[in-house]
Every structure is written in structure tokens, then in C-alpha cells.
Design a protein around this ligand. Structure first.
Ligand SMILES: [Zn+2]
Length: 181
């Protein structure tokens, strides 16, 4: 249930304008690799604290289970942001259970129709259940990032630190793009 409610939180970070401003900092990275797993704005981490606390309290998770899930989640996040290239068949099989790099790469596409899929962070079943799973986009056709923000000078540290506090038309346009039901 921690994993499922994190799926719901991820959807919210793409749909609620205030949350998207912070989560967009993670999505402007032009190149997906394990370091992307660490590129979260501190504001996103801060605004997630009440939600994460509510998850623990309302679900009644004990410390041992929480530690185990947190460890699993950290490894999963490193793995699915990495640029490891796995054989397609292996990835297809793995993606029944875990979020794979190709699966999460589609979520980081600069095409909103592709980015609005694959919201899971740990177990992949939540996307299967909600029919938001997608693995049919060839990796070489994916452009990572947010459409219109495609030069390095837009994603340097000073720019991304201040990004949530500025009106960035490309970030807003991405939020308003049509979404699946
Ligand atoms: Zn996202």
C-alpha cells in the first residue's frame, strides 16, 4: 500500500500545478542516468513530507516494514533511472514485476502522451492495474526532458533551483497537455 499510494502521489505531482512546478525539475534533465534519480528539488521533498507521514500513520506501517520498503524503493529508483540496456524480452518479463529503465524512460519522454504513463516507482503492477502501462515506444525515438527546454544552459544548477519559483511557459504547457483518463 505504501508503494500504491506513492504511485498516486506521483500522478498528483504531474496534475497539481503547485506540485508539478517542483517535480518538473526532475523531468528537465536532458539525459537519463542513475544521477537523475538524485535530481529532485528540495522543495519537492519538503512538500512530500505531510503526504509521506500520512501514508505511514494511516496505513499503520511498522518501522521494520518501512525500512525494508524504503530500501527496495531506493534501489528501484536507481535502477529504473539508469542507462542499463537490457534485452527487450528480459525487460518485458521484468516489467510485470518491477519498473524497468525502458519503462521509466518513456515516462521521461518530452511527448506528454508518453510521459503521462508509467507512474509506478517500485512495483510495476499499479500501471498494469490502472492501464497506464506502456512499453511500446522504441528507446531511440524518445527525447528525454520537457518539450522546448532542450539546451544545457536551461538545466544548470542556478536555473533548476529557481525554476519552481518562476513562470516557465514550457513547464506549464507540459502540464496542460491532454492526459489519458
Ligand atoms: Zn514524473
Amino acid at each position: 500500500m505504501m508503494d500504491y499510494t506513492l504511485y498516486l502521489w506521483h500522478v498528483l505531482t504531474h496534475r497539481v500545478p503547485f506540485l508539478w512546478r517542483f517535480h518538473a525539475v526532475h523531468h528537465v534533465d536532458l539525459d537519463l542516468d542513475a544521477s537523475t534519480a538524485l535530481r529532485f528539488h528540495f522543495g519537492e521533498l519538503a512538500v512530500s513530507v505531510p503526504y509521506r507521514s500520512a501514508q505511514v500513520v494511516l496505513l499503520g506501517v511498522d518501522a521494520e516494514a518501512l525500512t525494508f520498503w524504503q530500501m527496495f524503493l531506493s534501489l528501484s529508483i536507481l535502477f529504473h533511472h539508469s542507462n542499463v540496456r537490457l534485452p527487450h524480452r528480459l525487460e518485458e518479463a521484468l516489467s510485470w514485476f518491477l519498473v524497468t529503465p525502458r519503462m521509466h524512460g518513456i515516462h521521461h519522454s518530452n511527448e506528454p502522451a508518453e510521459a503521462n504513463t508509467n507512474w509506478s516507482s517500485g512495483l510495476a503492477c499499479w500501471d498494469r492495474i490502472h492501464r497506464t502501462f506502456r512499453l511500446n515506444v522504441p528507446q531511440e525515438e524518445i527525447h528525454i526532458g520537457i518539450k522546448g527546454i532542450d539546451t544545457e544552459d536551461r538545466v544548470r544548477l542556478p536555473e533548476i533551483l529557481t525554476q519552481p519559483f518562476r513562470d516557465v511557459p514550457e513547464v506549464e504547457a507540459f502540464l496542460q497537455a491532454p492526459k489519458p483518463d
